[in-house]
Design a protein around this ligand. Structure first.
Ligand code: PGA
Length: 234
């Protein structure tokens, strides 16, 4: 049975009380998750509270951040660096298309962030919008290729993200084919999740594909029952 990864990307949603009630709901419903690793990525304000709750109740959940600074410690107002994030989380979503679109993040920033995360033992969840982006990562330094086994790749075409305006449905075969391209470019099979409108109806078909090892889930991860349905259905 292959290992599957379910990553909740909560984006800019939830207050502390709402996050706690998600965890309570998840706790009540979560059963043996076997070969499934579940990673929740909330906003920074929720992380210490969630970290404490998960520990106290021994929940089968890992925590991740949705972004991290492209700098280390220093005079960088407003930035949270990888060493600080490592006190609470094991994973970090990097290079999400919304960070690029609304916060002007560049491919160069993304590579720098991956480097800093790896130095601090955080697993990068590296979003790949298209294969040109993947080519940039591989053509500009060795960090991605050399550390490919320590990275969770996500093939996530921006047009497939729900709530993104121009929603385009991506078929399972197309998703699998592009996910397989990532492994091909690295030169060996790497963990690749798929992102963009994953829901309880399509999750099993997606995860059944050879090159898809789980999902990066936005809207459908906000409700614990729906999120668990995706996990259990897959
Ligand atoms: P979605 O978001 O599941 O709401 O489409 C996925 C993402 O943007 O990571």
């Amino acid at each position: 049975m292959k290992q599957l990864f379910f990553i909740a990307n909560w984006k800019s949603y939830k207050t502390v009380d709402e996050a706690k009630s998600f965890l309570e709901g998840f706790k009540a419903e979560s059963t043996d998750l076997e070969n499934k690793e579940v990673i929740v990525c909330p906003t920074y304000t929720l992380i210490p509270v969630m970290h404490a709750y998960i520990k106290e109740h021994n929940l089968p959940l890992k925590l991740g951040v949705q972004d991290v600074s492209s700098f280390g410690e220093g005079s960088y107002t407003g930035a949270v660096n990888a060493k600080q994030a490592a006190e609470f989380v094991t994973h970090a979503v990097i290079g999400h298309s919304e960070r690029r679109k609304y916060f002007h993040e560049t491919d160069e920033d993304v590579l720098q962030k991956v480097k800093l995360l790896l130095e601090n033992n955080i697993t990068p969840i590296l979003c790949v919008s298209d294969m040109a982006q993947m080519d940039y990562y591989l053509d500009n330094g060795a960090v991605i290729k050399e550390n490919a086994d320590k990275i969770i790749f996500v093939y996530e075409p921006p047009g497939a993200i729900s709530g993104g305006g121009a929603f385009k449905k991506v078929g399972v075969e197309e998703a699998n084919e592009n996910a397989s391209e990532i492994s091909k470019k690295i030169g060996k099979k790497v963990i690749t999740a798929y992102g963009g409108s994953v829901n309880p109806e399509n999750a099993a078909a997606l995860c059944g594909q050879d090159h898809i090892d789980g999902g990066l889930i936005g809207q459908a991860s906000l409700n614990p029952e729906t999120f668990l349905q995706i996990i259990k259905n897959s």
